[in-house]
Structure formats: structure tokens, C-alpha cells
Design a binder for this molecule. Structure first.
Ligand SMILES: Nc1ncnc2c1ncn2[C@@H]1O[C@H](COP(=O)(O)OP(=O)(O)OP(=O)(O)O)[C@@H](O)[C@H]1O
Length: 348
């Protein structure tokens, strides 16, 4: 599926500006961005639920819509599978008939086989004869996924399909969905505002802001080689320090950071992820005169430490993440080591 040179304005809002995006066969692409950045609008263009003011939509080699001609394929002829945040199942049909709904060309027996096979993959085999109202929200969402996948669509379009579920259930359904899509080799565009979800699900991520794609790449590129401060901040809490490039680096309270891509004298912002700060207890007096701990909290698999970092006569409040249980006490004197791979310098 390809979106080519797509632009679209809604009255005062630019929902899409010169968007070029492709989803390759068998690929799972996550469109990631904050609320209102234009993710759903792009998905609606792909599905044919909305017509872009400029640009083209291709699915496979077929042109589905082209703003410069009358070419327009309606949604039901695009062979796309659609799943939204809230599963909308047919209440008067059994689970099996819901899943088989998009397969009118198959015989009743083939339809049942296909529906049962998909339901089994999602752990829903015992509910095949049930009606939707007896299912939990999570089970209904699985049925919606199975129904969308049953006709073997050329692409699955998923719009925040897990966001209505509680955290533990969401993790399980994400996992099941990922395996289901990969087992079936289905190209998928997944819209989400949740960076962890994108990292968990995606082969490739496109980060969106204000109707534009800020960066696209594989998850490691996006997380470890961000090209824009927005991308760094979108993935979570960061320590931010201002400085000036000198001798190809910027001095920060936790040590120098390479800035050889910027000219000396450039005002710079340094974004340092909490996990880049390795905290080590140091012997010495517990007082305010050197870098010390302000507070420690256990997050579960990691510990969150509030630091008072000294640099000359200045003090900086910074955050560190340490793996496992590491809970130094207030005023504990510390050394801080910087992992340069999670510190990023941009022009200020
Ligand atoms: N039919 C419409 N008429 C007017 N404005 C619209 C319409 N549809 C979307 N918009 C606006 O376009 C912008 C992009 O909306 P869109 O729903 O695509 O964003 P989103 O990233 O999917 O956000 P969310 O995650 O909150 O759904 C928003 O400012 C929205 O208010």
C-alpha cells in the first residue's frame, strides 16, 4: 500500500502535508504520533472512507484514488481489513457468523472452516457459537480482528485497536495480534499514540506531527538515531541541557557529548534519556555539596532516581533509570556515568 504526495486541509487544520508512506507486503508499519496529528485521517484515506484533496493511494499495483483524475475505488472494493478502537460486531450474529460475514463467496462449510481456524488462533474456539454480548471487551476485539482478517485482505488497517483495553489484557491481545498477523503474512498499518506499542509491534515506525511525517525507519533507528528532538521527547521523559558546541562537543553536567555534526559555536540542546545515566554510590559525606540523590522510586523492572547534579557552582535536577532494584537513599553521594548512545544533540 502506498500513500503518495497526500495533502489535506480541514478548514483551519492541516491534517496531512505532502505525505509519502508505504507498507510493504507482510510488513507491519506503525503510524505513531500525538492526538490530532493526522494518523486516523491517513488511515481513512487508505481505506477509502475519505478522499484526499491531493495525492494518490495505491494498494498492490492498483491505483485506488487519484486527486488529479476521477479514479476512485469505494472502501468495499479495496480489499482492506478495518479494526477500530471499539469492536463493532453484528449483535444478531454468532461469533462464527461474524467472522464469516465477509466470505459470501465461500460455501457454508468453507466459511465455517476459515472462521474456526482464525478463532482457534486467537483462543476463541469455545465461543464460536456464542453471541457478541456474552463476550468481554477483549474477546470482542479479537473477534473483530478475526473478522477483518478472514477475507485475507491486501492490507489490515488498525486504528488504536488496543486502547480501550486494560493494561494486562492489552499486552496479551497485542501479543496475540502480532503473532496472528505475522503467521498470516498480512501487511498492516497500525495507528497508535503509544510509543511502547509501536516498538512492540512494528517492523517500521513513521512518527507524525501536525500532519507531517517527522521520521520513518525501523524501531532501532527511530529510538537510537532520532533526527528531531520531537521524536526523542515522544518516547518518554528526557533530561534537557542547553550548551554551545566547542571542539566538536557540548559540555553537560554529566560529561561531554559528541556534537561533531554541528559547527563549533552552534547553540545546542542536549537531550539525555534517563537510562543514559548510570548512577554509582560513592563514599563520602551525606550533604548537599556534591552530586547526590534526591529521591528513589521502584518502577517495577527498573528504578527511577531523582538526582541533584553539581557542575561548578550550578545544580541541576536530573532523572536516571537504573535496571532492577537500585534505591539509593536521599543525600547519598554519587558518581554519574553517561552512556553517549542515549544522548542526542540538536541545534537549539
Ligand atoms: N471531518 C473533519 N472535519 C474537520 N476537522 C477534522 C475532521 N477530521 C479530522 N479533523 C481534524 O484533523 C486533525 C487530524 O485528525 P486525526 O483524527 O487524523 O488525528 P489523530 O492523530 O488520528 O488523532 P486521535 O489519535 O486523537 O484520533 C485534527 O485536528 C482533527 O480535529
Amino acid at each position: 500500500m502506498r500513500l503518495e504526495d497526500i495533502s489535506h486541509d480541514f478548514e483551519t487544520v492541516t491534517a496531512a502535508e505532502d505525505i509519502n508512506l508505504s507498507v510493504e507486503p507482510e510488513e507491519l508499519l506503525c503510524l505513531l504520533g500525538p492526538s490530532g496529528c493526522g494518523k486516523t485521517t491517513l488511515l481513512r484515506f487508505a481505506a477509502g472512507l475519505e478522499r484526499p484533496q491531493a495525492g494518490r493511494v495505491r494498494i498492490g499495483n492498483t491505483l485506488m484514488s487519484d486527486s488529479e483524475s476521477s479514479i476512485w475505488t469505494p472502501p468495499e472494493q479495496r480489499q482492506v481489513g478495518l479494526v477500530f478502537q471499539d469492536a463493532v460486531l453484528f449483535p444478531h450474529l454468532s461469533v462464527m457468523d461474524n467472522v464469516g460475514f465477509g466470505l459470501p463467496k465461500l460455501s457454508a462449510r468453507e466459511r465455517e472452516q476459515r472462521a474456526r481456524a482464525l478463532l482457534a488462533q486467537l483462543g476463541l474456539a469455545p465461543f464460536a457459537e456464542s453471541f457478541p454480548h456474552v463476550l468481554s471487551g477483549g474477546q470482542q476485539q479479537r473477534v473483530a480482528l478475526a473478522r477483518a482478517l478472514a477475507p485475507s485482505p491486501r492490507i489490515m488497517l488498525l486504528d488504536e485497536p488496543f486502547s480501550g483495553l486494560d493494561a494486562r489484557l492489552r499486552d496479551r491481545i497485542r501479543d496475540d495480534t502480532l503473532h496472528l498477523l505475522k503467521r498470516n503474512g498480512t501487511a498492516t498499518l497500525l495507528v497508535t499514540h503509544d510509543p511502547e506499542e509501536a516498538l512492540f509491534m512494528a517492523d517500521r515506525i513513521a512518527v507524525m506531527r501536525d500532519g507531517r511525517i517527522v521520521q520513518q525507519g525501523n524501531p532501532t533507528d527511530i529510538y537510537c538515531r532520532p533526527t528531531d528532538p520531537f521524536v526523542v521527547r515522544f518516547f518518554g521523559d528526557v533530561n534537557e541541557v542547553l550548551g554551545v558546541v566547542a571542539d566538536g562537543r557540548v559540555e553537560t553536567p554529566v560529561g561531554p557529548v559528541d556534537a561533531s555534526h554541528l559547527a563549533d559555536g552552534t547553540p545546542a540542546q542536549v537531550l539525555i534519556r534517563p537510562e543514559a545515566l548510570r548512577v554509582e554510590k560513592r563514599s563520602g559525606a551525606r550533604d548537599h555539596s556534591t552530586s547526590h540523590v534526591l529521591m528513589s522510586r521502584l518502577l517495577g523492572g527498573a528504578s527511577f532516581i531523582h538526582l541533584c547534579v553539581h557542575q561548578g557552582n550550578d545544580e541541576f535536577h536530573m532523572h536516571a533509570h537504573m535496571p532492577g532494584v537500585f534505591l539509593p537513599e536521599r543525600l547519598e553521594p554519587i558518581n554519574i556515568h553517561l552512556d553517549p548512545t542515549q544522548a542526542f544533540v540538536f541545534p537549539a
